[in-house]
Write a protein that binds this ligand. Sequence first.
Ligand code: SAH
Length: 243
Amino acid sequence: MRLHTEHDLAFEQPVALTTPQVHYLRNVMRSSPGDTVILFNGRDGEWSARIETLAKNAGSLISTEKRRDQIQELGPWLLFAPIKRTPLDFLVQKSVELGAAALQPVITDHTNTARIKVDRLRANAIEAAEQCERLTVPEVHDMEKLSVLLENWPVDRHLIVCAECGKVQCIEETLRAAPDNTKWGILIGPEGGFSSSELDLIDSYSFTSLVGLGPRILRAETAALAALTCWQMTVGDWRNIRS
Ligand code: SAH
């Protein structure tokens, strides 16, 4: 039982449960006072906590012992044009498992889903972070236009843009060619692909590289997970063993 909380975590810190957490502990896990839960908040590391009270609509814990120190998540920001609900949920969950540090839905010329439920994506991100034992939950930003994102992009962060055709580089070479400690973003287009004027716009910024993921056309969610996997394999933390 591992839960994300907004509360500060410290020795003997009382932590109030949210209503969904109460429901999860009572009705799904059938827990009771005295049971141990693991907590993290993205700031204070990971803590063991004891259930103090667990009533029908409210409950509280006391954090008892630090299990892991906080670490920063150095993964790439993942930018994606929204897709249908089921593959979008899948994309969010799996990209959290694969270490994306932030998630940014993007409006592009061929984006056909005009609105998405960002709260739902946030809930998915929290659940995935709890399950995969991350110490952070990636921030899920509100949807924004591609041109605005490019205009305001931090120039010290290299943006890999996955494109299924055109003048693309090999993703592995692009990742390996950058200096150590480079910060990264990965942009995946919509099911209809990028428009040619978007590709021109992307190309006009010095912080972008167009990369290919082989000769097959991948679904957007497959492309996102494949690119994250390449990132982890090449410059990420897959050499580290869990302690
Ligand atoms: N325009 C295409 C489909 C786009 S696939 C069509 O309709 O034929 C959705 C997104 O996944 C693309 O915008 C791109 O970012 C990514 N993608 C899919 N296959 C890819 C590949 N082989 N290489 C790089 N990116 C790919």
